[in-house]
Every structure is written in C-alpha cells, then in structure tokens.
Design a protein around this ligand. Structure first.
Ligand code: TPP
Length: 446
C-alpha cells in the first residue's frame, strides 16, 4: 500500500508544483495590482481583484504584468525507482514483494528475449531473414509493464515491445514464424519481421508508420470504456514517435473522452540517430502530461519493479476513474536501431558500454535474486543453455517450414477480391511462370 501511496504522490508532483507556484504568484500580483490602481485613482479605491476571468478555456486568475511561463516550471521531473543499480531495495515499503516464482519468471522472460534477439539478429546478418530489431536494454520496461496488466487488456505496440508479447505467452515458434514469414505466421507472411500481432493475446498487429497506434489506442480505450468491462488499453511508443502529430491527437482525445488508457513511453535516448537533445527541448515526455491534463509519472525503466508498480497503479486508477495515464520509462537502447542501422556512426562505444555493463535491467534483477538466494551461477549457466536450446529448436523449425501460398498476398484486404486485385494476381502468376527459374515454388505451400 505504501508503494501505491508513493506512486500516487509522484503522479501529482508536476501539477502540484505548478498549482503552488501559480497560486503564490497570483496572490502577490493581485495585492500589487490593487495598490497601483488605488494610487492612480487618488483616494478612490477600486479592488480589481474581484474581477475573475470568464474565458471558457482556462481556470485562472488575472495578473497585471507581462510574464511568460518558464519551461523550467515543469522540469526536473523525478525518476521513480524501487531498486538501486545493485538490485537493493531502496525503500522497503516500495518493494512489490513478488513471490519467488514470479520474479524468476520475470528474469527468465527478460533473458529469453535477449537470447531470441541474438539469434534473430544473427539470422538477419547471415541473410536468412530480411530485417530485425533487438530489444537490448529495454527488457525491464516490457516485462514490468506486461506483468502489471490483465491478459484481457488490449496492447498497442510500436515495434520494440516483443517482451510484452512474450510475457503474454506468445510462443517462440510464433515469433520465428513471423520473422521467417512462413506458413505458420498468423499474419500469413505479409508483414516485415517484428510486426507481430495476436488476436488471442489481445496484442494489436504492429504497423510501421510511427505513432499511428497512439490515436488508435485512444479510440480503442474509448470503446473499452463504453463496453464497461474493466479493461484498459496500453499504448507503447518511443520518445521519437511522441514528436508525431498523432501523439498530440491521441493524448488530447484520451483526456477529453476520459479513456482508461496507459500511454507508455519508452524513452531510450535515441530515435534512430536522433538523440533526445535534438528531439525535444522540454523535460522529456512526462513534462507534456500536465499540458494535456494527463496524470503522469517518470520511472526508471531499468528497474523492473518500478515499472511494475507504476503500471499497476496506473492500471488500477485508469479503470476506477476512467482516465488516461502517462508513464515515461527512462531507459537506453543498447542495440542498433535495427539491422538497417549502424549506431557507431552517432554514439560512442563507451556510452553503450556504460548501459550494457553498469545499468542493465537484467543484471539489476539478477543482483536482487542472488541476494535472496534465489539464483546462483549454476542455475544461470543451466538456464542460458536451456534457453538457447529452446530458441534454436524454434529457429530451425521455422527455417524449414514452407512459405504461405502466394495467393494469400491478395486475400483479406477485401471480403472478396476486387477485379483489380484479381488482375494483379493473374499478372503475378503469368510473371512467375515466365521466370520460373527465379521463383522456387517448391518452398511455398501448394
Ligand atoms: C511516420 C514515420 N516517419 C518515420 C519513420 C522512420 N522511423 C522508423 S523508427 C524511427 C525512430 C523512432 O524512434 P522512437 O520512437 O524513439 O523509438 P525507438 O526506435 O527508439 O524504440 C523512425 C524515424 C516511420 N517509420 N514512420
């Protein structure tokens, strides 16, 4: 409960500070104004402080001198954490006190994700798949948030949230089938790798154009609210995507329509090669929350328990109060942006090494487990071996599996194929027949 209280306190910090500041300034200014007006009118007294602004778009007092709001009024938003970098609980009342099995599951999912990333990244380098994006360094944001949700809650991801799907039970075989675009892929091989989706697991299929998921999530959350089923929607995005106009639309709709929605920003320092100091000039993404009337918090994204506590409390309140929350999880993208990127062109090895070696969500959780006697070197070695094997088995299976029937490229856009689509399909088959030698049809389902 204390954990919950403290998170609540943090949610209020930005707004509270602004309110205090504004109220203080308004009082002094009103005093000054009465005095000046009194002087100008001789002995006549005219207390203009009685006048109240009537504008429908703001609730505030008049002031009588020109003053711009300093951006730093809402800066320095604190970073909520539960564990320090050595995995020690800082304030015991904040420890979510999760059972051993739950914590081991967190750790195993975070490391399995790591292993899957390594194998799929290498697969792309070897030309076996066309593209890949790793999740290195952001494992704590995925697992901590996923664990705090109900399985029925609807997830809108950006593309770097594979751990959320893994936590929900998406099997390795399915991850591999999607990346290999084989006949087992739920998306029938039509999407680029990492564009996962699962109706059963309430995970909306990823789409590449940045931030499209944000207003979609607001709409879905509005629908969820109308259903009255105590579900929430969670919407993940990067700090780069938050610069898109769609982010504004989503934030504003969600507050005005009072939607049970958690905006989860993974602030990992870079949007491909654009560092945060070129992305925005305010205090990150959390600082934008009060401007939209959004309850907001900043958390240490490398602390899986901090992410868990904040998401759990945001979820509880989003359902109870029908209002959206913004969580800005501070983290670091250790890998390249994608296999199309070489990050050594815009950041130093030392910078990356710091996060990889000294402030990593996996090692932090491991320290926590080791200190409790829940994990040791032998278990680590055995699990590394076992998890690698699990990934390799799935990988080999996916690689051998046939590709989906080529006709499936043309189905599902419309209920029935339109004449134009039928013409395109026929043209494709004529082309394939003509250049048979370039199209190994035996690798495709008949
Ligand atoms: C509308 C649009 N513009 C540009 C791109 C190209 N693009 C893909 S990812 C990306 C960076 C996004 O960064 P961020 O949101 O911080 O997420 P991260 O990759 O760091 O997880 C860009 C510019 C795109 N996919 N869509």
């Amino acid at each position: 409960m204390a954990a919950v209280r403290s998170v609540k306190k943090l949610y209020g910090i930005g707004l509270h500070a602004i309110r205090q500041n504004t109220a203080l300034r308004a009082t002094t200014l009103l005093q000054k104004r009465s005095f000046r007006v009194g002087r100008a009118l001789g002995q006549q007294t005219f207390d203009s402080s009685a006048e109240k602004p009537q504008f429908p778009g703001a609730s505030a007092e008049f002031i009588d001198h020109l003053e711009f709001i300093q951006p730093n009024v809402i800066s320095g938003i604190p970073v909520y954490r539960v564990m320090d970098r050595q995995g020690q609980i800082i304030n015991t009342s904040e420890d979510p006190q999760l059972p051993k099995e739950t914590v081991l599951n967190f750790y195993q999912k975070m490391t399995l994700l790591n292993t899957m990333d390594r194998i799929l990244y290498e697969s792309q380098r070897q030309g076996r798949i066309s593209f890949y994006m790793t999740n290195y360094g952001e494992e704590g944001t995925h697992i901590g948030s996923a664990a705090a949700l109900d399985p029925a809650d609807l997830v809108f991801g950006q593309y770097r949230e594979a751990g959320v799907l893994m936590y929900r039970g998406f099997p390795l075989d399915m991850f591999m089938a999607q990346c290999y675009a084989n006949a087992d892929d739920l998306g029938k091989g039509r999407q680029m790798p990492v564009h996962y989706g699962s109706k059963d697991l309430n995970f909306v299929t990823i789409s590449s154009p940045l931030a499209t998921q944000i207003p979609q999530a607001a709409g879905a959350a509005y629908a969820v609210k109308r259903e009255n089923t105590n579900r929430v929607v969670i919407c993940y995005f990067g700090e780069g995507a938050a610069s898109e106009g769609d982010a504004h639309a989503g934030f504003n709709f969600s507050t005005t329509l009072e939607c049970p929605l958690i905006f989860f920003c993974r602030n990992n320092g870079y949007a491909i090669s654009t560092p945060t100091n070129e992305q925005y000039r305010g205090d990150g993404i959390a600082a934008r929350g009060p401007g939209y009337g959004l309850m907001s918090i900043r958390v240490d994204g490398n602390d899986v328990f901090a992410v868990y506590n904040a998401t759990k409390e945001a979820r509880r309140r989003a359902v109870a109060e029908n209002q959206p929350f913004l969580i800005e999880a501070m983290t670091y993208r250790i890998g390249h942006h994608s296999t199309s990127d070489d990050s050594s062109a815009y950041r130093s090895v030392d910078e990356v090494n710091y996060w990889d070696k000294q402030d990593h969500p996996i090692s932090r959780l491991r320290h926590y487990m080791t200190a409790r006697g829940w994990w040791d070197e032998d278990e680590e070695r055995a699990w590394r071996k076992q998890s690698r094997k699990l990934v390799m088995v799935a990988f080999e299976k996916a690689e051998k599996r046939l590709k989906p029937h080529p006709d499936l490229m043309f189905t599902d856009v419309y209920d029935e194929m339109t004449p134009q689509i039928v013409r395109q399909k026929d043209a494709m088959w004529r082309h394939v027949q003509q250049y048979k030698e370039h199209y190994p049809l035996d690798l495709y389902e008949k």
